[in-house]
Design a protein. Structure first.
Lengths: 291, 258
């Protein structure tokens, strides 16, 4: 390595890199550069000078509440998605429910986790919207007016219930292999040492699964945080959440400051980036046991 | 006891998933006051904007798939053969579209490739279509790369390539007649997943102002009652068919491998 590289070595190196050129060019131009442009724009003033004023300007009631509602919806839909998805996956793998359910449930999960966006919103409007199937049924058959009980599909909880339709299946798809990776020997060893079923779960299974569960939750959080289409189709531009605010800003500069739009987008990257970093770290830890 | 709890979890979960399916199906059939009918489907299918936007998105998906395959397969082969140490880096880059929200990426496109930039793609219709295709290829990159990379690991690329080379084949020929047939299953899986993603995609198409199926559905949803439910059923059926085909491909290639 101390000698200067011979010309053929340089040619060889260039030859090796040439095969990667299309990939580098494409991801550079259409993934990295656009993202960098946003990040840099977030720290630029109107004359192109460096400033953190844009980031500070995010601290308005509207933007604060948009982020806050977004984080709330993403967190709660991730938490509930994890709990329900885990319960269903555990029931399927360990609960003694017939094995025949596994194939169909996993196939359905594959479909449902990809069934996001505009059509998903339509399905929920048709079901528990103001004139939906369940809403109408409860009203005519039981005289229950869901609206009087505070139910509104076009709200934070409406969004959460809708997002669960792709969050739960995603959890099932990711956690099922982890549950199947729990070794029979661990349970038997615990039983021989006198552990009850609850103790086995509390002291053996859950600590092993915990990184996988928490990591998946971070992934689900990021998944919900970036979702635009479902929210717009469900509520229109009325609900103040970060992606919808950014959408309106891109369409018509509603914030009245283009650089503030960059800062808003930058904030979203930071939040999904953090969630994914947590996912990667925890996934790494989870794989130590579940091989 | 465990069994009872397990069945409760499964049944409640299935109820949650079944109700919106039933709701949307029932709603899509109730356009006529007194009886179930396929009127909503008839209206939707006869709408010229439905046909135009659906065909646009379908064409977009096909072009994206072709582009994605041409980009991903050679890259994955190259990384495996020549620069295996770079694999984690390339893998990391392909996963970035799952981290950066699509709306942020398209925001970058709009600011970077507008008429005042050095690459004014949004200045013309063709340019915007190409930009949208690149955007879709970016969205599909994580799935496409993972599928192809997993497929490649099951074949001995190095030996196959050397054998082909010693028989006098060039790279183009090796890719088309040696590598591609071996990872066809993986490529098709990636292709159908791409189709499922692109066909109803909303954010990028709407912000780039292209007449795609996703924005059409959203506009219809804001103005009509029964047609959106029919659209949802159609979209769900498409997703189901795509996933079903992926499952079938996986089963078929497993049989072949054994």
């Amino acid at each position: 390595m101390t000698a200067s590289p011979r010309p053929s070595a340089i040619a060889g190196l260039a030859g090796r890199w040439i095969g990667l050129a299309p990939f580098v060019l494409f991801t550079g131009l259409f993934l990295i550069l656009p993202t960098l442009h946003i990040v840099i724009g977030a720290f630029r003033g109107t004359d192109g000078e460096f400033t953190i004023q844009n980031i500070l300007d995010l601290n308005t009631p509207t933007i604060r509440s948009a982020y806050w509602v977004s984080i709330k919806v993403s967190f709660l839909s991730a938490l509930l998605g994890c709990l329900i998805g885990f319960a269903m996956a555990a029931a399927m793998v360990l609960g003694g429910v017939t094995r025949r359910i596994k194939g169909p449930l996993l196939t359905f999960s594959g479909v449902a986790s990809n069934f996001a966006g505009v059509p998903l919103a339509f399905a929920f409007i048709a079901t528990i919207g103001p004139a939906g199937l369940i809403t109408a049924y409860l009203r005519t058959e039981f005289g229950i007016n869901l609206r009087a009980y505070g139910w509104n599909l076009l709200s934070t909880w409406g969004l959460i219930v809708t997002y669960l339709f792709f969050q739960i299946p995603l959890m099932i798809l990711i956690i099922t292999p982890a549950l199947e990776g729990l070794k029979r020997e661990w349970r038997e060893a615990a039983a021989i040492l006198g552990a009850t079923g609850a103790q086995y779960w509390r002291m053996v299974a859950l600590p092993i699964l915990f990184p996988a569960i928490l990591g998946t939750m971070a992934l689900l959080f990021a998944n919900a945080f970036g979702a635009v289409a479902t929210a717009i189709a469900l509520t229109g531009p009325s609900l103040n959440i970060a992606p919808i605010l950014l959408y309106a800003q891109i369409r018509g500069d509603v914030l009245g400051n283009p650089n503030l739009g960059y800062a808003l987008a930058f904030g979203m990257i930071v939040i999904t980036g953090l969630a994914n970093a947590i996912y990667i770290v925890l996934r790494f830890r989870a794989e130590r046991w579940l091989k | 006891m465990t069994k009872f709890l397990a069945w409760t979890a499964i049944l409640l979960g299935c109820l949650y998933f079944a109700l919106p399916m039933i709701g949307m199906a029932e709603f899509s059939l109730s356009m006529r006051r007194d009886a179930y009918s396929l009127d909503a489907y008839r209206v939707v299918l006869a709408d010229p904007r439905f046909q135009a936007t659906f065909l646009f998105s379908l064409a977009m998906a096909l072009v994206t798939i072709v582009f994605g395959v041409l980009l991903v397969v050679p890259t994955a082969v190259w990384v495996q053969l020549k620069m295996p140490r770079l694999r984690p880096v390339v893998e990391f880059i392909t996963l970035l579209p799952l981290v950066i929200p699509a709306i942020v990426i398209v925001f970058g496109y709009i600011r970077l490739y507008n008429t005042s930039g050095w690459l004014p793609l949004t200045g013309s219709v063709t340019g915007t279509n190409i930009l949208l295709m690149f955007g879709y290829a970016t969205l599909a990159l994580p799935y496409m790369y993972r599928a192809v990379d997993t497929g490649l690991r099951t074949v001995d690329v190095a030996t196959l390539t050397e054998a082909a080379q010693s028989l006098g084949a060039g790279w183009l020929r090796i890719m088309a007649t040696v590598i591609l047939p071996n990872v066809l299953g993986a490529v098709l899986s990636g292709a159908f997943l791409t189709l499922a993603i692109v066909i109803g995609e909303f954010t990028m198409a709407a912000l780039l102002d292209r007449p795609a199926f996703g924005p059409y559905m959203q506009v219809l949803g804001a103005n009509r009652a029964y047609e959106p439910a029919a659209l949802a059923v159609i979209a769900f059926a498409i997703t189901w068919v795509c996933m079903g085909l992926i499952g079938t491909i996986a089963r078929l290639s497993k049989h072949k491998g054994a």
